[in-house]
Design a binder for this molecule. Structure first.
Ligand SMILES: O=C(O)CCC(=O)C(=O)O
Ligand SMILES: [Fe+2]
Length: 292
């Protein structure tokens, strides 16, 4: 076992580039300036990237790990609107709510990861959680306790894409591990909607490939991205058919400890649930109805 208390055989200093990004030294001036820069980027356009957070030696280790757990991939191909909602027949057929675009790809779930996983060692490293919380201006964050959704690999194979959508969580943390050689670009329209306005005209423009409000991120393997996806419409463009798969590690965190996802949503995303989901649902129901 390493000094971090995680059974991963690689020390964290071989996985994260701590010389360049001293996230374990919160009293250092570099730490303060990293946090200040991330906060200003999040405030301005809802997205902050810590370039090459991972050491370059970590990438082949993590790529090999992803290949080894790839048999657990759960793939789907559906058409979604940006709100993951049903069509609304009272609205015109070309309204953004009624515009459904292909979302294809898959997830490797939390329970596929080995206990010794290097990806998991980074995901759970307490100084990383404290740093991300600082960037978000939160007192603390916790690893999402969901046994399928807590830590996942988002896989976009050749010809697959994740069409325009909003996230349902307040913030998302991802690390690109394997980029597509062509396509597979992360694009977003910063703060296109607010609590006051859905801004449907601009959303429609994105769906029609008018990219006037859209930024394209040039992510490199090992970059950490913090993204406020509830207000910024975003997508991953189609991975070219000639490309290898694009893999991102999705680090899910929650503000409160012990959170587990809803049963129906879990079924949609992963095609199955685990006893923990049933138990959490039972407790929720009991809490809501006060029958016992
Ligand atoms: O793979 C990514 O870069 C993020 C995809 C995304 O938007 C999501 O998982 O909600
Ligand atoms: Fe998203």
């Amino acid at each position: 076992m390493s000094l971090t208390g995680h059974p991963c055989p690689f020390p964290i200093a071989e996985l994260i580039n701590l010389d360049r990004h001293p996230i374990n030294r919160p009293d250092s001036p570099q730490y303060s300036s990293m946090v200040a820069e991330a906060r200003s980027k999040l405030a301005n356009d809802g997205c902050a990237v810590i370039p090459k957070l991972l050491d370059s030696t970590a990438i082949p280790i993590m790529s090999a790990e992803i290949l080894s757990i790839r048999p657990f991939l759960h793939e789907s191909k559906i058409a979604i609107n940006p709100y993951f909602s049903e069509a609304d027949p009272t609205l015109p057929p070309d309204h953004p709510i009624n515009t459904f675009i292909e979302r294809s790809g898959g997830f490797i779930p939390r329970d596929a990861f080995d206990a010794t996983s290097a990806i998991d060692a980074v995901y759970q490293w307490p100084p990383l959680l404290a740093f991300i919380a600082d960037c978000l201006g939160l007192p603390e964050i916790h690893c999402y306790a969901d046994p399928l959704a807590g830590l996942t690999i988002n896989v976009l194979g050749p010809g697959q894409q994740f069409s325009w959508h909003y996230d349902t969580n307040d913030f998302a943390v991802t690390i690109l591990i394997d980029e597509a050689s062509k396509g597979g670009l992360f694009q977003y329209s910063p703060n296109i909607r607010s609590t006051e306005s859905e801004n449907f005209d601009k959303v429609k423009a994105c769906q029609d490939e008018d990219l006037a409000t859209v930024r394209t991120l040039r992510l490199q393997p090992g970059d950490l991205q913090i993204f406020l996806g509830r207000f910024s419409l975003h997508r991953v463009t189609r991975v070219d058919r000639s490309s290898s798969s694009r893999h991102t590690a999705v680090f899910a965190y929650t503000e409160r400890p012990g959170v587990i996802g809803r049963r129906e949503r879990t079924k949609q995303l992963f095609g199955r649930t685990l006893p923990a989901h049933e138990e959490a649902e039972r407790i929720r129901t009991r809490g809501d109805e006060l029958k016992d």
